[in-house]
Design a protein. Structure first.
Length: 103
């Protein structure tokens, strides 16, 4: 019986530690958040690709906790504004940081 209690305590301690390892902090995403951000990034890239006036190769997309960062070099202010508008329209995006520059 004492061995069973010891094993149970050990098992729950390992379980608790493994759950804490997947938790997020202010500077690091948890596993679920990483997957969500990956999906958001893919959706934003697809939306930019589907816009005929934009070139997806010119715009880099990164997402961290729902915040999308657009960077790269575009040909006009209109293209820059269109990319930001498209990113904001994607579900799950909480805000958009525009770090794009004109060529």
């Amino acid at each position: 019986m004492p061995q069973l209690k010891r094993f149970s305590a050990f098992f729950f301690a390992i379980l608790l530690l493994s759950m804490l390892g997947c938790a997020s902090s202010s500077t690091q995403e948890g596993t679920g958040e990483y997957v969500d951000d990956t999906v958001i990034t893919a959706k934003v890239k697809a939306a930019i690709f589907n816009e005929a006036t934009l070139k997806v190769a010119e715009i880099n997309v990164e997402t961290f906790k729902g915040v999308v960062q657009l960077s790269g070099f575009v040909r006009s202010n209109a293209a820059m504004n269109k990319a930001v508008e498209i990113a904001r329209s994607v579900g799950g995006v909480t805000s958009v940081r525009n770090d794009m520059r004109l060529k």
